[in-house]
Design a protein around this ligand. Structure first.
Ligand code: MSP
Length: 512
């Protein structure tokens, strides 16, 4: 069996149209998925929509629609967004699909059979916006309203019969699990938050609702619907055809390698989800990474705050690769970051057009004029040549480890540094002054082409379509991109034809 890798995005609430925060989770997940594919892994990359619960039921009602047709419409926007973002997802799951209903109902039965669930009564605070129950000490009063301190969302008092999951019983096993798997929760700072939350004592969790109907019915008691988070988290195994644990997808891909999520939903993924799984005798995922937020000013972007930046508008104006590059490079992964027109334009001009675009354009047009547009022959590599080429070999293992530890910043810094180094190499070597020494001229050109090839491979997970355009110079197709080949300094075959490249990135003029 080959090496498998399973990565997921959160499944999005189709309560309103997608915004930049959603695009962010998806683009980052796509970045990891594409890297692992070119590294040689058999990747399964899942995204989708989370369609049940009171939040969706209310949003549909506001629009005078029945929840199913409301979800059909908005889920379609998310599916379209996946295409616009150039996501390479293998599947798109909707929690209203029958495969998911079957899977979530089965998980419930399993929990009930394992005596992990009991019937009682819930009285406490609930935030429909977060679809979360809050304890008294997590609530505060603001302008006469009760809000959840963490999220700022309004809470309401709920009193109803409810099934409970014996979360309290899993406090110790969870702490042991975190200890045994020190990288289960990343980044480290967030891990500490989760551990102190668990250590402070876990209460049993209400896992069904009775006062509305938009959800998956509790199999043994149709008056209740399954709590939307228990329903939603199950998507990660529904897509692998759980409960059929002999299914090839399930066998290959569970436990997931990485659930990439925003920090606001860490508790659900790092506490409730592994507890549900342990209680059902299923292995928990290998890692949950809680990324930061894309802020608008200094606030989280959200529908209720009305400060949403529409990814489609940004893409229409600048293109998808610049947006991907910006979000991956300029937002320090793990922390909050923001996006502004000025910063995005600056990034396009300096990094993409001046650094990468310029390298490709200059080298290619020089070769077109001087080497009849074929891969030139190497004479012998000089020390300068080897210095610049061997950086890739020397950092091969580091680059893999950056990705496997979600150290996006170091991965990107390596590329940026080496783009500078490649431009500098071409400048310093001055091939245009070597016309009387064709052997040297050809070698410089060869090295420059190899640098473009290596850097384009590394850039592919970030800016797939632009990197592909560059790799197309060498006739390299998408399914032929091989990260492992960055260690090779002589992969291009002398005399083979080069193909033309269009303009990769247009500079943005400073006007509106
Ligand atoms: N439906 C749940 C997730 C269920 S996963 C089993 C949900 N949906 S959501 O649509 O509200 O948010 C989905 C993701 O988008 C979360 O990871 C959230 O952190 C992310 N973002 C929403 N707004 C964001 C920003 N402003 N910035 C970055 N990401 C944020 O939660």
């Amino acid at each position: 069996m080959g090496k498998n890798y399973y990565i997921t995005t959160p499944i999005y609430y189709p309560s309103a149209k997608p915004h930049m925060g959603h695009a962010y989770s998806s683009i980052l997940a796509d970045f990891f998925a594409r890297f692992k594919r070119i590294q040689g892994f058999n990747v399964f990359f899942l995204t989708g929509t989370d369609e049940h619960g009171q939040k969706i039921q209310r949003a549909a009602k506001e629009k005078n629609k029945d929840p199913q047709s409301f979800c059909d419409e908005i889920s379609e926007n998310f599916r379209k967004l996946s295409k616009t973002l150039n996501l390479s997802n293998n599947d798109f799951i909707r929690t209203t699909e029958s495969r998911h209903l079957k899977s979530a109902s089965h998980l419930w039965d399993k929990l009930e059979n394992n005596k992990e669930i009991y019937l009682s009564k819930y009285s406490g605070w609930y935030s429909v916006s977060d679809e979360a129950f809050y304890a008294e000490n997590e609530i505060q009063e603001l302008d006469g309203k009760k809000i959840a301190t963490n999220s700022g969302s309004e809470v309401e008092w709920v009193e109803e019969e409810s099934y409970f999951f014996r979360l309290s019983k899993w406090e110790k096993p969870l702490l042991d699990f975190y200890k045994k798997n020190p990288k289960f929760i990343l980044p480290e700072s967030r891990k500490n938050e989760v551990i102190s939350f668990v250590k402070s004592g876990l209460k049993d969790l209400s896992v069904s609702r009775k006062s509305f109907s938009w959800g998956i019915k509790v199999p043994s008691n149709n008056d209740h619907v399954i709590y939307v988070w228990l329903d939603a988290l199950t998507n990660y195994i529904s897509a692998l055809n759980y409960p059929n644990q002999n299914d090839i997808l399930y066998k290959n891909f569970w436990p997931a390698d990485l659930h990439l999520i925003g920090k606001d939903i860490l508790r659900f993924h790092a506490v409730y989800w592994p507890a549900f799984l342990l209680a059902s005798n299923i292995a928990p995922p290998k890692r949950v990474y809680g990324h930061g937020w894309i802020l608008s000013g200094d606030e989280k972007m959200s529908k209720s705050k009305g400060n949403i930046l529409d990814p489609i508008e940004v893409i229409d104006k600048y293109g998808i690769d610049p947006l991907r590059y910006y979000l991956i490079k300029e937002v320090s992964f793990g922390n909050d970051g923001n996006i502004s027109k000025e910063k995005l334009e600056n990034c396009i001009n300096s990094d993409l057009a001046n650094n990468y675009g310029n390298l490709c354009q200059r080298v290619i047009s020089f070769i077109e004029k001087n080497s009849s547009f074929k891969v030139p022959k190497i004479d012998k590599f000089s020390e300068d040549d080897l210095n610049v080429l061997n950086k890739f070999q020397q950092n091969y293992k580091n680059l893999i480890s950056y990705i496997d530890n979600q150290n996006v910043n170091s991965y990107v810094s390596f590329i940026v540094d080496n783009l500078f180094a490649a431009n500098k190499y071409f400048n310093d070597q001055e091939p245009w002054k070597k016309k009387s020494d064709l052997k040297r001229l050809n070698t410089i050109n060869y090295v420059s082409l190899e640098l473009i090839r290596k850097l384009s491979i590394l850039l592919y997970p970030i800016i797939p379509s632009s990197a592909l355009k560059s790799l197309n110079i060498f006739g390299i197709k998408e399914n032929e991109i091989d990260f492992n080949s960055i260690v090779n300094n002589e992969s291009l075959i002398p005399n083979s034809k080069l193909l033309k490249i269009g303009i990769l990135f247009k500079k943005v003029e400073n006007n509106d």
